[in-house]
Design a protein around this ligand. Structure first.
Ligand code: A2P
Length: 308
């Protein structure tokens, strides 16, 4: 029998599996096979987004898994996200319908505002970044999300998304949203790993009944000068040796012991299976404390001023 991930309860009563498969940078031609392999390995939680550009291939994989009887739609927990160029209500509605069409499913388990940042459509048609990796100066934005939230509230009422939530929101932005929201977000998905242990944000989310989902839970592959990759960090490696597990499993286990969900991306069957096998060991409080006190680093930023 396939072993499944434990779940956490969302404020809608839905259950979100603690380990999900991330699909950011899961390339075309490989993501479908990864999704099928993950389903066979026991994954039931899949994290997608329209901006990743691979939802159609993921949809093919879901369809083929349903057709083969590997799993039923209602056994999966599928998330997608509305990107910054679709914050205007009519565009958000269109974007979600398009995502559902690509994923070949009638509803999402979770629909998120991808960033609390609104771009204009004409601007997103331009490259997001310059060749030097800076945000294209032709793109202007605002930290504007209230209208989009109302749209998600409406889509939830229509049953197109069972739960709704946000991503990349700070405490300040959550406070702003909650000031006049009818629905409390079920999830806030943010960068979170031992190099970015956002205790204050986690405590705030917990106090409001919002589940935190960690993206890049392995510490991100975005290179950052002068930063030793998390999986090569000496403290992580020492703890891995102590518990007889891989560095990746230690880092993911650190996350789940904080009662969050983690969505490591892998297109490699062996690694995605290993990332799922983290429920048969535990880190001691002392090991957790060592990981809690690593130097801090944020890898993923989209626009200046967001996290300051
Ligand atoms: P791969 O797909 O080749 O396994 P993210 O930060 O978006 O979650 O991405 C995780 C990155 O770490 C991916 O590049 C993935 O590459 C790699 N990865 C996933 N699982 C492991 C693992 N167990 N050990 C080392 N690297 C991993």
């Amino acid at each position: 029998m396939t072993t499944l991930s434990p779940t956490l309860d969302l404020n809608t009563g839905a259950k979100i599996p603690v380990v999900g498969l991330g699909t950011w940078q899961a390339g075309k031609g490989e993501v479908g096979a990864a999704v099928k392999a993950a389903i066979k390995a026991g994954y039931r939680h899949f994290d997608c987004a329209e901006i990743y550009g691979n939802e159609a291939e993921i949809g093919e994989a879901f369809k083929s898994a349903f057709d083969e009887g590997l799993v039923k739609r209602e056994e999966l927990f599928i998330t997608s996200k509305v990107f910054n160029n679709h914050h205007q209500p009519e565009r958000a509605v269109k974007a979600i319908h398009n995502t559902l069409k690509n994923l070949q499913i009638p509803y999402l388990d979770l629909s998120l505002i991808h960033w609390p940042i609104k771009f204009e459509e004409e601007q997103i048609a331009q490259p997001l970044r310059t060749p030097e990796g800076k945000l294209n100066p032709a793109i202007t934005w605002s930290f504007d999300f209230k209208e989009t939230w109302k749209t998600l509230e409406e889509l939830q009422k229509q049953g197109l998304a069972k739960s709704i939530g946000v991503s990349n929101f700070t405490v300040k932005q959550l406070e702003e949203l909650l000031a006049d929201a009818q629905v409390v977000p079920a999830v806030n998905q943010v960068e979170f790993h031992p190099y970015l242990f956002q205790a204050e944000l986690l405590n705030y989310c917990t106090s409001k009944g919002i589940v935190l989902t960690a993206y890049s839970p392995l510490g991100s592959t975005v290179s950052s000068e002068g930063v030793v990759p998390l999986l090569e960090n000496e403290v992580v490696k020492d703890i891995a040796a102590e518990v007889g597990r891989s560095a990746a499993q230690v880092v993911l286990r650190w996350g789940v012991q904080k009662h969050i969900t983690v969505i490591p991306k892998s297109s490699n069957e062996e690694r995605l299976r290993a990332n799922f096998a983290i429920f048969d060991f535990e880190l001691s409080p002392e090991q957790v404390a060592r990981l809690d006190s690593l130097p801090q680093h944020r890898f993923i930023r989209l626009v200046p001023g967001h996290f300051e």
